[in-house]
Design a protein around this ligand. Structure first.
Ligand code: HEM
Length: 455
């Protein structure tokens, strides 16, 4: 069956090639439906037990080699990164894509300037702003009979991302923009993403247009104002092609849009898991609280914001963050497409095939982590990154937002544990896997304000 999907030259090459074991399942659709339904972790785990850590399958319309070892991940994402390009399914590409194929050089320049704009030296200066946003979000929690964690972490993650990307602080306008983003996210939850009126995917495409219009006015405003603190937009406005032409506004807006989406969706999910794991591990929560109380007690007034020095003085909380990134694995797998035939330790990866790099399956494997399903921050306390830990990927495409997201999490954690206690209410109904793993129902909690209030 797979032969129908391959051209004859490829078939000739494959005659003598070493393909791993696996299954193709149905024509064209392959195993995509099972993959969607079971979620990436379960799907890959079942295949590993049948075929081993590297197997072949058929996903998103392409023959695919899936691998789930840190060594293979490094090989694909870093050592041989030039032989693979990032792959997004066409429906997601349509929602989030930024550049037409003809603009490949500008795309690379744009990405480089985004990496530069989020450099660790620069994001350290963002602590005060993140602090203000965290206080703003958390200040209303005790007035709500039930806090739906995901809605709140989305509000926090979205506004920090928007500020880093465009320099824009929270306002009624940004709340409206966030609403558009939540519809766009919804459009990615379903298996069949068809642009038919009435479907959530169709709504998502409409909301994307509205969001882009909003970005158009954000760009105009930013051009007109002078700010000492540079955001990603400022970096992007500086790039030029080989003829000295700046990035056209439509591409600029779509790049900002894609960046904000990627940043807010992942961080909102991450903060939600952080709350879940801490809620379930009271002893660990108490240790975090002790560390954060010490920092708060060192402040002269309750209004004093956190500083970069405070952030580096949170070793235990940092270990909790690393452990959350391991156990929840917000990006459970990464997709690449081979741009040439590649041989990995005797396994053939033919040109144009997809490679699925399954990070979560080694993050929670006993082969790489002792007692892997236990939430145990002590494994990160020695300050040594365990082998088999790549929550932000590897190689040149490694997440440039990783430092910002850690600052966000630590600031959020600080105000959360020094202000509130909380308990989970209602039952959990499983996990929504797409686009990032979140808890169905949004993890509702009831919070109580602690007597020493700081917000
Ligand atoms: C917990 C939160 C986050 C997680 C788990 C995460 C994870 C990742 C991963 C695994 C990649 C690599 C993708 C690949 O190799 O195909 C990536 C790329 C990227 N991330 Fe993040 N990310 C997070 C938050 C953020 C934030 C807050 C920003 C921006 C403010 C951001 C911006 C980006 C960008 C621009 C890329 C593409 C880099 C490139 O293609 O060169 N991410 N992220």
């Amino acid at each position: 069956r797979w032969r129908k999907n391959s051209n004859s030259a490829q078939i000739d090459r494959l005659h003598c090639a070493q393909l791993p074991k696996g299954s193709w399942s149905l024509p064209w659709i392959g195993e995509s439906f099972t993959f969607y339904n079971q979620g990436p972790y379960q799907f890959v785990s079942q295949h590993i037990s049948r075929y081993g850590r590297t197997f072949r399958t058929h996903l998103m319309g392409y023959p695919t080699i899936a691998t789930s070892t840190p060594e293979a991940a490094k090989f694909v994402l870093a050592t041989r990164q030039k032989s693979f390009r990032v792959f997004l399914p066409p429906s997601i590409d349509r929602l989030l894509s930024v550049f037409p194929a003809s603009q490949e050089a500008m795309k690379e320049k744009g990405l480089k300037s985004i990496h530069d704009s989020l450099h660790s030296e620069l994001v350290r200066n963002k602590v005060a702003k993140v602090d203000r946003i965290a206080r703003w979000v958390l200040s209303s929690w005790d007035k709500q009979p039930c806090v739906v964690t995901y809605q709140e972490t989305m509000k926090f993650g979205f506004h920090v991302a928007l500020d880093a990307v465009t320099g824009m602080g929270p306002s009624p306008e940004t709340m409206k923009l966030m609403d558009n983003f939540s519809y766009i996210r919804k459009g990615m939850e379903t298996f069949m993403q068809l642009n038919i009126p009435g479907t959530s995917y169709h709504v998502a495409l409409e909301k994307k247009q509205q969001a882009l219009e909003c970005y158009s006015s954000i760009v105009k405003k930013r051009r007109a104002e002078k700010s000492n603190e540079k955001c990603s937009l400022d970096f992007l406005m500086e790039i030029e092609d080989e003829n000295g032409e700046k990035l056209p506004d439509d591409l600029l807006q779509s790049q900002l849009f894609g960046l904000t989406f990627g940043a807010f969706d992942t961080s909102a999910a991450f903060f939600m898991w952080l709350l879940k794991f801490l809620g379930e591990n009271q002893q660990i929560l108490q240790q975090v609280k002790a560390e954060q109380d010490t920092i708060r007690m060192g402040k002269i007034s309750a209004e004093d914001p956190l500083s970069w020095t405070d952030i580096v003085n949170m070793p235990y909380s940092s270990a909790v963050i690393q452990e959350t990134l391991r156990l929840a694995t917000i990006a459970p797998f990464l997709m690449r497409q081979a741009t040439e035939d590649v041989n990995y330790e005797g396994v053939m990866i033919p040109k144009s095939w997809l490679v699925q790099v399954c990070l979560q399956n080694f993050h929670v494997s006993p082969e790489y982590h002792k007692d892997p399903l236990k939430f145990d921050p002590s494994r990160f306390q020695a300050g040594v990154k365990p082998a088999g830990f790549m929550p932000f990927g590897n190689g040149a495409k490694m997440c440039p937002g990783r430092e910002l997201v850690k600052i966000e999490a630590l600031v959020f954690l600080h105000y959360l544990v020094t202000t509130y206690s909380w308990e989970s209410i209602g039952s959990e109904n499983g996990i929504n896997y797409w686009p990032s793993p979140t808890i169905k129902g949004g993890l509702p909690i009831k919070v109580s304000k602690l007597s020493e209030c700081v917000t």
